[in-house]
Ligand binder design. Structure first.
Ligand code: ZN
Length: 309
């Protein structure tokens, strides 16, 4: 079990505001826990591990956070819950790296369980944060927009606002230290969702890694994926994103919730048999897309709309 003292965490923070005391108070409030039914289980500690090459899992038990080590610093994908931040920082350190060297934090989608820790991680690292053009303003306010399936009439759960967010275009590439990470817009679960891809290389070969956004139709309140008053129809938006993920170059997939693509089971298999990397699976993206499409069909049936095709 990794324990990290709050004081030690704050002592490592770059001084980005007028006084160190103010910076520490802001970071501490950005790490104030968010409570939800699943949160305690999601935030159970999870020892970090290598996925492939220079790509590592540094998230918690039920929400992913992925670290890419480049020769010019670190890229982090997602910040999980606010209360996940001390664990993520400790995981980065356990791998021999330091949060101060995180240059970019890339966001998958603007929900509290993936973006909740980003504000504190940005304060601790001074990193740039990138999200889609639709998600960037959501991250800056921490408030869900009315077209988010979990908006719930304004009752949807927000998260700590993030000071500076770079709005990334569909297909835009974030480059650092010889690594190129590409944004693929995958709206549907949220209006501004992004799936990120890059190549992880070792001396022998390069492999395509997909950090896959949520593709599940998870409405709250009276939001309907078959709502004919919404243009385009939310189900059509999500189906297009499922096709995007299905078609990506994909040697290995890591989903934003590890359970969606058996991330922790693959890590356990790698620990048992290091000679064969269980993350290498050319069918991983197709299987994830197939599951998402079946779930969307089930949701539409529930909404009384029948099958999608
Ligand atoms: Zn979500």
């Amino acid at each position: 079990m990794i324990q990290i003292a709050l004081a030690a965490l704050l002592a490592a923070a770059p001084m980005t505001t007028a006084t160190p005391a103010a910076a520490n108070a802001d970071t501490a409030s950005d790490m104030a826990p968010i409570h939800c039914d699943a949160c305690a289980d999601w935030n159970r500690d999870q020892a970090p591990f290598r996925i492939l090459g220079d790509t590592y899992y540094v998230g918690v038990h039920g929400v992913s956070s992925v670290l890419i080590h480049t020769r010019d610093g670190l890229i982090l994908l997602d910040g999980d819950l606010p209360q996940s931040v001390p664990l993520i920082v400790a995981h980065i350190r356990a791998l021999g790296f330091h949060v101060n060297n995180v240059r970019w934090i890339l966001s998958s989608h603007a929900h509290f369980d993936h973006a909740g820790g980003i504000a504190a991680l940005q304060r601790l690292s001074g990193a740039n944060v990138a999200a889609s053009t639709l998600a960037a303003p959501v991250l800056r306010t921490g408030l869900l927009p009315a077209d988010d399936p979990q908006y719930d009439g304004g009752k949807g759960r927000g998260f700590p606002p993030i000071a500076h967010v770079h709005a990334t275009l569909d297909g835009e590439v974030i480059r650092l230290g010889g690594v190129a990470v590409t944004a693929h817009y995958t709206p549907g679960h949220t209006p501004g969702g992004v799936t990120w891809t890059w190549q992880s290389c070792d001396p022998w070969r390069c492999r395509d890694i997909v950090y896959a956004d949520s593709l599940n139709a998870a409405p709250v309140g009276d939001f309907r994926f078959d709502d004919p008053s919404r243009h385009p129809r939310p189900a059509d938006v999500l189906r297009r994103s499922i096709d995007v993920v299905r078609g990506l170059p994909c040697d290995a997939i890591v989903s934003v919730h590890p359970g969606f693509t058996d991330v922790l089971a693959k890590a356990a298999a790698n620990a048992r048999d290091p000679a064969h990397n269980a993350f290498v699976d050319p069918n991983g993206c197709r299987a994830y897309a197939d599951g998402a499409l079946a779930a969307l069909d089930a949701e539409l049936k529930k909404e009384g709309a029948g099958a999608t095709r």
